[in-house]
Each structure stands twice: as C-alpha cells, then as structure tokens.
Ligand binder design. Structure first.
Ligand code: 26V
Length: 804
C-alpha cells in the first residue's frame, strides 16, 4: 500500500475533483476529509479482499468477537498509521496547504459503547489485525451512539449522538449478506419424515438484518479484518404488515440506540431483542460462510471460535444450538459437543447489580424456540450435576433458570469451554468468590487474561511529542514491539533524556490547557500538577473520594491562605448513566465545588478543578498525554481491571491506586517505590462484609478532617447543592458508606501528600515517570490477544501471506 508523496498528491486532487468537482482551495474540511477517507478506503479494499481470500483458501480457523459494544473513536489517523500512510499523507497535505489535524477534527467519534468493555473490544480489533490473526468483530450498528454530555447549571444533560448524519466513509453495506431474524410467534415440535423432531412456527415476526462492514486494518502488515455491525430493516415480504408509521418505528428502534446504562440491566424488551438480533444474524452468517468451505458440520469447531464479550451475547449458545439442531439436523449430544468447543466467555464485572437476568415470560414471548432450548440446557445441566455433587444446594445457585429468571452468566458459563476474568485479582475472585460454585464444577474452564491497550493509538498517535523522544532515545523498535520500551530504563539517570521527556509532557500539558481554556473557559497553568480521573461515573470508582480530598485542600487553603500549597489541577472526565441518580449527584457536586474553588481569590489559582464535558475517546487522547497523576481509586475488589490505568502509565503519569484490578499488576511491573498505593485490601473488604463491623459514622465522629469535609456538603460552604449535598452526606453517614470512602480517606490523603512532595523533587519525579513508561509494554493488547488466540481460540496468524 506504500506510495510516494507525489503519487498521493496526484491521487488526492484527482479524487477531490471526481467526487466534488472542486480544487483544494474551494473545498471545506469535510469535503477534504471525505476525499481522503474515500481514497484510503479504495486503497485498503484490495488488501481486505485479499485477506479474506487468504483465510478462505487456507481454510483458516477464525475467531468472532461478539460484543454489544465497540468504541473505536475516530478511525482516520489510526487507519493512516496502520496503512503506513501517515507521514506521506501529512507531508502531501501540508504541501497543499492542508493540516491533517483539521480533517480529523471533522470526523465524528464512533461511540458505540459505554466505557471499558467497548473500548477493550476496539483495542482488541486493532491488535488482532496487527498480529495478523484471523479475527472479526460482530456487533450492532446503532444509529445513535452514546449520548453527548452537556452541563447545564452543573447538571448532566444528555443529547443524542447523531453520528451518522455526516456519513461514514469506513463502512460498506453488504446487501448480499443480509439475513432474516425471527421474533415472537408460537412454536411446537413435530416429527418429520425421518422421525426427527422439527419446530413448526406460527405468527413469527421476520426482520431483516443488514450488515455494515468496517475494515480493521493491521499495523503495516497488509491484513485487513472485518468488524461487522448489523442494522435492522423491514423485509420486502413483510412491508404490507407494517403500515402505520408507529409500527415501523417500533421495528426501526431495534438498532436505533445504544443502551447507556452500564450498571443495571433494565428489563426492556428492546434490549433483549437487540441481544438476540446481532447474535442470530452473526451466527447465521458464520454458518453460511462455513458451508462454503464444504467441510462437515460436526467439525465446525475446527474452523470457528465464537467469543462472548460479557453476558450480553450469551444467547450465542442457544442460537448456535438451534441452528445445529433445527437446521443442520444434529442430535442434541452432537450439537452440544460442538457448541461447547466453539464458545468462550469473558466476565467483565463482579458488581452484582450488573449481572444480567431476564424474566422467563419475556424470553418465552420474544424467543419461544430459544427459550425451549435454554430450558433443555438447564434440565440437562441439573440432571448431570446431580450425579456429580453431594450438596444439592449448589444446583440451586448455578442453574440457568431459577426464581422465574434466566441467568445469563450461568448460561454463558455452562455453554463455554473457557471462562476468563480480565486481571489477575479479578480472575482469582471469580474462582474463589463470585463464581466459586462453577469453579468447583468446571475448574479447567477458568483462566485469566489481563486486559491490554492498543499502544499505537494511545502512544504513537495520541502522544507524538513523547513518541519522538522515544525514537531518539531508544530507536523505533518499540513501535512494533512495545516491550522494547524497557530499554528506556537505561536512561533513568540521564538528565538529558529526563529533560526531553519533561519537555514532551510540558507540551502536552500546554495543549490540554489550551483545550480547557477553549471549551470550559478556565485558565490552568502547566506548571501545576495535572491530576486526572477519567472513567464512567460510578459509586464504586469513588470520584467522591477524590472530591473529598479536593475539598480538604480547599479548606486548608482557606484556613491558612498564606501557607505553602503546591498548585494542582484536578481534571475529571466522566459520563453518568442517565438513570443513575447518585452518579449525577456526584457530577453536580464536583461542578459546584469547581465553581466555588476556581473563583475564590483566596485560592490564588493554586487549586483548579476542571470537569471536562462529554468525555469520549477523542478527549481521552488529549487528556492522557498531559496527565501527571493517574487516579485509580476504586474500592479494592470492585474494578475488574481498568484500562485507563494502563494508558496513563504508558504516557508517563504516576499512579495513585488501591490494590484493585490491574493496578496490582502495574505495581508489580514498576515496583512499590514507583506507584502510590493506599487503602484497604480486597481481603479487608471481604472481612468487613463477613464481620459486619464497618461503621462509617465512627470515622465522622473520630476524624475532625472528615467531619469538616462532610459538613461542607450540608452547611452551605459549597453553594447550590442543598439536596445533592444532603444525598451524599446521607449515603456516607446514614447508609453506612457502601464503598468505604471514609475508611480509605486518611490513607488517600497521605498518599496525595507524598505525591506532592515527590513532584517537588523534579528529578525524582521524572525518573519515576520514566520507569512507568518503560514498564508499560507488558500491557500491550497485542500480547493479550495472542494469549486469547493461543489458549482460548486456537487460531493462528496467517502463514502464507503475499500482498496481492
Ligand atoms: C452492562 C450493561 C447492562 C445493561 C445496559 C448496558 C450495559 C452495558 C455494559 C454493561 C457491563 C459493563 C461492564 C464493563 O464495562 N466492565 C469494565 O470492563 C473493562 C474491560 O474489561 C474493565 O477494564 C473494567 O474494570 C470493567 O468495569
């Protein structure tokens, strides 16, 4: 795909003229963006076709990553990088008087996900292609992505994200690959001519699933995999049934919006229908492809691996069974044997309220045949387990159908050969606590796959100043092999290198400061410590602990205006689920505290609070390179892994963290001295649960600092939070502080004081920052997906590969 600058310029001008009948001078950034996008698209399409042919000819086993969320962000820069076009295009455009950044600016973020789970899926897509692995995404093409967040009077307001309104240059609609997905109706089983039971359906609703494919381009390897997203339509044959606008709207709503609630599954039919819709369409298209290989159906597991990303696609299991039984004519035993070999499942959360369950009636009504199959899986599970265990109560706790509900995690576990958590601690907790019963039944299925991040997006693209220092210091091999960042350790006492790293950080901080000025009209100084907490707003992530520490700092300054206080900018980015009232309350409290602190002359700009609106992937790409401090302060045991912790570390931020999720592995990588650990351990948390001895009010009574901080929430110190301040106060004192914020407050404050002291010692700080960058390579998603490929999917990189 390589070309020269001159070739690019010629082609670009030609394409612009063909597309818009225009010259460069007259074109708008959007027109220029579309021109470049379309040029890129044509250029990688042949590689895409070639990759696909190669997999087909080699009959390679392929993995299909089923995820209800993908969160790629913008694709232009990362596609350019992976195509090895970035420099040529930048230079070529510059020659035409165009800044590439002005073009990428007009691209809309593809935000078809809520947070960690969706972003992980997209990092994996990048890494799978970059490692030359045959793996594809399967999901939903939501017409509206995650809501856009605005603050009005400090409150979060949600606006629709109409991301497709400006078109999408990367996707290709594939009409020929559309399939039908059926809902509702009645079903009964009848014997066919061969004496086999076959389902007979009445009154089904038939919908059309149309795929839109987006190329997932590997890093400089000519591999282009596929992310297939499904969109709903009314089939021609059914047109006459849906006459009224309202009837049509109900159908079209199916793939209209991404559910923005990542804390509790709401019992909505649409959500359940979404889950079945993309699962059924995806599996049908896989089986259809499999038949072109002309291999016998009972060997499908040798060619296909299906991954269930969290429980949302767990219907993969009964749907795959349905096709094997009803369409391929397999016996139950044969069908179950292949299903188990094909399926694998990742758990992403241990929060009980996020465990997905559906009422039996709803499943039965929407998916009568699937429900029959789930019932039979459940019946056989019970029958089999009864023979294995002495204590019958385990069956009650593990079966799929219980208390009128279908437990999706149980379905996913019972139907998969591999079950993994996303960090060492998380995977251990699954085995010992959360899924202990299942672990005792199927110990061999359980394994760990610590999350990873696409280092190309989060360092090479997001942080070019740092990348260029790295190139000059250790050469460029880290770009292919992030573990080579280790070589940086040789320079930890080299003041010239430390200065260069500090200069890169400074440049990124200036860049973020400019963005803060532009978007929030707040002036911040790059001399201050930039302290960053960016993630979904959740009680367990404890943005409140951060806020309480800020209020303490403010009170210290007020009580002693002339005392020394090292300047800090506290930066937040977070969306709250629209229905999550408490999370919204915290947003309001942070915003009002910001208002108070940022405008108080006594503070003399030593303390600033910035809550950036509409946190998303693109904003993260600006914030992360500028961070000095990375806040990873969830209550131990609650954060499955975290991935912003890895991104911030990679960009030289120093972490303040509890021993939770992947923070533990970060500590192991950098050493105790190069991270600031505080707070109770997961064991202590469980001990409190067991002994029931936690008393939040006693901390309020004993600790005058805590008392003073909490009183600020209810005594008018922070204006405009009469009800919100009371709600926070009550959550801690009246309802006994579910996430042990008061328990960890003192040790958090101490850790923060240590950070300030350390930062004042510039050289020491720079060295710690370097050590963090140098050790971040182990968190490359390339390594993570290779482990999935070897241990779970049993897929191999394409062997014989010739470009075209
Ligand atoms: C649940 C639901 C429930 C219904 C409505 C929509 C919805 C969307 C997502 C979820 C589950 C969210 C789980 C999640 O994002 N977990 C995060 O996964 C990251 C990647 O493994 C991990 O780093 C984070 O620690 C974990 O919180």
């Amino acid at each position: 795909m390589k070309m020269t600058k001159e070739q690019f310029i010629t082609q670009f001008k030609k394409r612009l003229s063909e597309k818009y009948a225009m010259g460069v001078e007259d074109a708008s950034p959007t027109e220029l963006y579309n021109t470049l996008g379309s040029l890129m698209h044509s250029a990688y399409s042949s590689d895409r076709h070639h990759t696909w042919r190669q997999y087909l000819l080699n009959k390679q086993k392929q993995a299909y990553y089923f995820s209800i969320e993908f969160l790629p962000g913008k694709l232009m820069a990362s596609n350019l990088l992976n195509m090895d076009w970035l420099e040529t295009v930048e230079e070529g455009l510059a020659e035409l008087g165009i800044d590439l950044a002005d073009l990428t600016e007009v691209e809309q973020d593809m935000a078809l996900g809520n947070g960690g789970l969706g972003r992980l899926a997209s990092c994996f897509m990048d890494s799978i292609a970059s490692c030359g692995l045959p793996g594809n995404g399967n999901g939903i093409r939501y017409e509206y992505g995650l809501f856009k967040q605005k603050f009005i009077d400090g409150h979060q307001v949600e606006l629709p994200d109409d991301w497709l309104s400006t078109g999408n240059v990367w996707e290709v609609r594939k009409d020929s690959k559309a399939v039908d997905v059926c809902f509702y109706g009645q079903v009964h089983l009848e014997e066919d001519a061969n004496g086999k039971l076959k389902p007979v359906y009445k009154n089904q609703q038939v919908l059309r699933a149309v795929p839109y494919d987006t190329g997932m381009i590997g890093y400089k390897n000519n591999i282009v995999n596929n992310m297939r997203l499904w969109s709903v339509e009314i089939p021609n044959s059914e047109e006459s049934k849906y006459r009224s606008l309202e009837e049509r709207r109900t159908i079209e709503d199916l793939t209209a919006v991404l559910y923005p609630d990542d804390s509790n599954a709401k019992g909505q039919m649409t959500r359940l229908a979404q889950e079945y819709f993309f699962v059924s369409a995806g599996i049908q298209s896989i089986v259809r492809y499999y038949h072109t290989l002309k291999e016998p159906i009972h060997r499908i597991h040798e060619y296909v691996a299906i991954h269930i990303n969290d429980t949302h696609p767990a219907l993969c299991i009964p749907e795959f069974m349905r096709i094997m039984l009803d369409e391929e004519g397999m016996s139950w035993e044969e069908a179950w044997a292949v299903t188990l070999k094909v399926m694998s499942y990742t758990n992403h959360t241990i929060m009980a309220e996020a465990m997905e369950k559906w009422p039996i009636d709803m499943l039965k009504q929407l998916l009568p045949r699937i429900y029959q199959i789930i019932e039979e899986i459940d019946r056989r599970f019970v029958e089999e387990t009864e023979l294995k265990v002495h204590d019958r109560s385990i069956i009650d706790r593990t079966r799929i159908i219980n208390h009128n509900q279908v437990h999706m995690a149980h379905l996913a576990i019972i139907g998969s050969h591999s079950i993994n958590g996303v960090a060492k601690l998380h995977s251990e907790l699954l085995k010992t606590v959360v899924l202990h019963d299942f672990y005792s039944l199927y110990p061999a299925r359980f394994n760990n796959k610590t999350n990873g991040i696409a280092e190309r997006r989060w360092l090479q693209l997001a942080n070019r100043p740092l990348s260029s220092v790295l190139d000059k210091t250790i050469g460029t091999s880290w770009r292919d092999n992030p573990e080579d960042l280790q070589q940086l350790l040789n320079y930890q006492d080299d003041q010239k290198v430390l200065n260069a790293l500090a200069a890169a950080k400074r440049q990124n901080k200036e860049n973020l400061a400019a963005l803060i000025k532009k978007t929030q009209d707040i002036t911040v100084s790059p001399d201050a410590i930039f302290d960053v907490q960016i993630k979904r707003l959740h009680a367990y992530k404890r943005q409140l602990l951060n806020l309480m520490h800020i209020i303490k700092c403010y009170q210290d300054i007020k009580n002693n205006p002339d005392s020394e206080f090292y300047p800090r900018v506290f930066i937040f980015g977070a969306k709250a689920a629209p229905s999550y009232a408490y999370a919204k309350t915290i947003i309001k409290c942070i915003n009002e505290t910001a208002n108070l602190v940022n405008n108080d002359p006594d503070v003399k700009d030593r303390l600033k609070i910035v809550f950036l609106e509409n946190y998303n992937v693109s904003l993260a790409e600006v914030i992360i390179p500028a961070a000095d401090v990375s806040e990873q302060i969830s209550l131990a045991s609650k954060e499955a892994s975290g991935t912003s912790n890895m991104k911030l570390m990679l960009n030289g931020a120093v972490t303040i963290a509890t021993l939770d999720g992947a923070n533990i592995e970060i500590r192991d990588a950098v050493g105790e001295e190069n991270i600031n650990i505080f707070g109770i351990t997961e064991q202590e948390v469980y001990d409190y649960y067991e002994s029931n001895t936690y008393s939040a009010v006693s901390y309020f009574e004993k600790d005058p600092v805590i008392r003073r901080v909490l009183e600020a929430f209810i005594d008018g110190t922070i204006p405009n939070i009469q009800s919100e301040g009371r709600e926070v106060f009550d959550s801690l004192i009246r309802y006994n502080d579910e996430f042990f914020v008061l328990r960890d407050f003192e040790s958090y404050v101490k850790a923060q004081e240590k950070i300030t002291e350390c930062y004042k010692d510039k050289r020491k700080w720079q060295k710690i920052s370097l050590i963090n960058i140098a050790n971040a390579g182990v968190f490359s998603a390339d390594e993570t997906v290779k482990r999935y490929a070897d241990d779970i999917w049993q897929i191999e990189p394409v062997t014989e590969y010739s470009s075209k």
